[in-house]
Design a protein around this ligand. Structure first.
Ligand code: A5A
Ligand code: ZN
Length: 485
């Protein structure tokens, strides 16, 4: 059990977390979970707004860095999806196939895309002729389908991933593709920082990289139950796909060469992480950067004063909207203020304004922060400046407390017994590792955990000469391990 910055308690036990997560998705009207197809869910209007704000954020970051949005078909012909052998070997068990159109068997079976490399490569082949066509950087936001065999969880592991943002790029050299992966990492850093989501960045081990990749870099975060969630990946695909699909370009020296490609993706898992990491016992706590509503105004009145108070609140709302805030005015007359407080707290609105007749006379409003539940009085003519400042403080506080909790759940261990003890605390354990696949797999097995990979960020804790926790060999390498979703 742990307490967040003086507000409310949350539980570190897995059943409790999932229970909490489901409750919040339902009560905050984010997600409908009663659709009768396994792993398929419905975005409800409020959830959809949150999702769209998060998507807009990543789109903006991609647009600013020269990515162009496209939209490919959902169907991938069987012939294409089988072209890259590692890719199909891994996805074979997860693909949903469309085999009939009406009553007739289809001549070519069609896969519902589990991801889009094999749909995009044949088209890259048509679009790319010469080095002047490179780099080519595209992305799309689409549904993908994976018949996940692991336990499905709303938003976290779904079968129709409805919010899959995938970028695909092509380059003239391996180095340029590697640089593109670096750019992807820096885009995702900004993205997760804006959402105040803590993360570590690791190079996945050989046995857990994306099927068809030369290497995979992953972003991982820790959910309140101590389990790790992969929230984004970037892959250097080298020439694996371009060879399979014969995508070449004409070099300045007149020779043809296969292009080098990359891909990187995120999904609704990011929305799940925002909800899970910042939320508390009263429901959502949304970062002002993506909250569908930043400020909610609740009028406080006795019978007979409704019109006076509400019309004043309407002016405050209009003023704040004109200053660029997203504002809701809860002018429902059949609900009590207390009921409304509960309602908007559940939905995670960063700031609540309470305005009563006395406040109007005194030319002030009362503001309550969702993250700390602190209240304070602000002079009406300072509203713009003060609310702006407060929203920023809420964001900074969410970021700070999320990172400090994350730090407490990032451990180190120098032998198996210690690693096993630390695993029980939840989160990530960093351990010395000789670098061999054999030891990596043995560590996974002994600790009943997953290897996240080697740090590629500055978050690494262990330094210098170390001894592999499995074989004892001296090494300067470390591995991150965790229980994962
Ligand atoms: N073509 C590349 C980008 C790709 O497909 N990479 S990936 O398989 O790693 O998926 C990208 C991200 O989508 C993952 O990092 C994970 O955050 C998310 N994701 C994958 N499968 C998911 C599922 N079944 N439910 C929710 N999110 C999923
Ligand atoms: Zn070893």
């Amino acid at each position: 059990m742990f307490t967040i910055a003086g507000t409310v308690e949350r539980k570190l036990w897995s059943e409790k977390f999932m229970e909490w997560f489901h409750k919040v998705l339902r009560e905050a009207e984010i997600y409908e979970m009663r659709y009768p197809v396994k792993g398929c869910y419905i975005w409800m209007p409020y959830g959809m707004k949150l999702r769209n704000n998060i998507i807009s954020l990543i789109k903006k970051l991609l647009d600013e860095t020269g990515h162009q949005e496209v939209l490919f078909p959902t169907f991938i012909p069987e012939e294409f999806i089988r072209k890259e052998s590692e890719h199909i070997a891994k996805f074979e068990d997860e693909i949903f196939w469309v085999v009939k159109g009406g009553k007739r068997e289809l001549e070519t079976r069609l896969a519902l895309r589990p991801t889009s490399e094999t749909a995009i490569m044949p088209i890259f082949k048509l679009w790319i002729r010469a080095h002047t066509d490179l780099p080519l950087k595209i992305y799309q936001v689409v549904s993908i389908f994976r018949c996940e065999t692991k336990a499905t969880h709303p938003m976290i592991r779904v079968r129709e991933v409805t919010t899959f943002k995938e970028a695909h790029t092509a380059h003239a050299t391996f180095e340029e593709a590697a640089k593109q992966v670096e750019e992807a990492i820096s885009i995702y850093r900004k993205f997760f920082d804006t959402l105040a989501i803590p993360y570590v960045i690791s190079r996945r081990p050989e046995w857990d990289k994306f099927p068809g990749a030369v290497y995979t870099i992953a972003f991982d975060t820790v959910l309140p139950d101590g389990k790790v969630l992969q929230i984004g990946t970037a892959h250097n695909l080298g020439q694996n796909f371009s060879r399979a699909f014969e995508v070449t370009y004409l070099r300045p020296d007149g020779k043809h060469e296969y292009v080098y490609t990359t891909s990187y993706g995120i999904s609704e898992r990011v929305v799940a992480a925002v909800i899970a990491i910042h939320g508390d016992d009263r429901g959502l706590v949304l970062p002002p950067t993506v909250a569908p509503i930043q400020v909610v105004i609740v009028p406080i009145y006795y019978k007979g004063q409704e019109e006076y108070v509400i019309s004043h609140c309407r002016k405050v709302a209009e003023y704040l909207r004109s200053r660029g805030f997203t504002v809701a005015l809860d002018d429902r007359t059949d609900k009590t203020p207390g009921w409304k407080f509960y309602y908007w707290e559940m939905r995670g609105i960063p700031l609540r304004l309470e305005v009563g007749p006395r406040d109007i006379e005194n030319k002030v409003v009362t503001v309550v922060r969702r993250d700390t539940l602190e209240r304070r009085t602000i002079a009406q003519d300072m509203l713009d400046v003060e609310l702006r400042k407060l929203l920023n403080e809420v964001y900074e506080n969410l970021k700070q407390r999320a990172w400090s909790w994350f730090n407490e759940h990032y451990h180190t261990a120098s032998n198996i017994e210690e690693a096993s003890e630390k695993m029980k605390l939840g989160g990530i354990v960093e351990v010395p590792w000789c670098g061999s696949e054999e030891c990596g797999l043995a560590i996974e097995d002994t600790l009943n955990a997953r290897v996240l990979g080697e740090p590629v960020d500055e978050y690494r804790k262990l330094r210098g000469k170390l001894k592999c926790i499995n074989c004892g060999k001296e090494s300067d390498k470390v591995l991150r391990i965790a229980k994962t979703y």
